[in-house]
Write a protein of this length. Structure first.
Length: 178
């Protein structure tokens, strides 16, 4: 039923009520598979997407999985708007999504000590399929550069298999003194 990212599965152990200082935001979540998985661990989860039908499906799936999630229908890409409030989340999950203007907002929206799991495509993805638009793929080293001043727990940039895809991943924690 759920199809969470292998990265989410590998680092799920980090998501406990004691270690995550507040609600978890699954950003541009689609059907919120990763967020629902975290919700099953007893954390409050906000599933955020611009597609109402996908959020409704997320609520249905969460119910079948025995958990409850909040949903937030929002277009994160409206120029000049800042949809993420400062220090609102204990963790943010971002999978297969890139909108560069959100990066400073993501940095601010995490509470001190909060976790970020971010996985998305790199420019090498054009060898394997979509996305190919340079606005939707990371340049070499870009993801690490954005968060290099945080505690990096995991970083990967390269080719993943099954299916073949060019990805960058980071799992990091915002410094407590931020």
């Amino acid at each position: 039923m759920l199809s969470p990212s292998p990265l989410m599965l590998e680092y799920l152990y980090l998501f406990t009520r004691e270690s995550v200082p507040g609600p978890v935001l699954d950003l541009a979540c689609g059907e919120c598979d990763n967020g629902i998985l975290v919700g099953q661990r007893g954390l409050n989860v906000v599933c955020c997407d611009r597609a109402a039908e996908r959020l409704a499906e997320a609520e249905r799936i969460a119910g079948k999985c025995g958990t409850v999630v909040s949903t937030w229908e929002v277009d994160l890409e409206i120029p000049g708007e800042e949809p993420l409030q400062k220090e609102s989340y204990g963790a943010i999950l971002v999978f297969r999504y890139l909108h560069r203007p959100l990066i400073p907002m993501i940095r601010k929206a995490l509470r001190p000590g909060g976790l970020l799991l971010y996985e998305t495509y790199t420019a090498g993805q054009s060898k394997f399929g979509r996305p190919c638009n340079p606005d939707h793929v990371l340049r070499k080293g870009e993801l690490m550069k954005w968060f290099e001043d945080w505690e990096v727990i995991h970083y990967f940039e390269g080719i993943l298999k099954e299916p073949l895809r060019a990805m960058a991943q980071i799992v990091c924690r915002k410094p407590s003194d931020s």
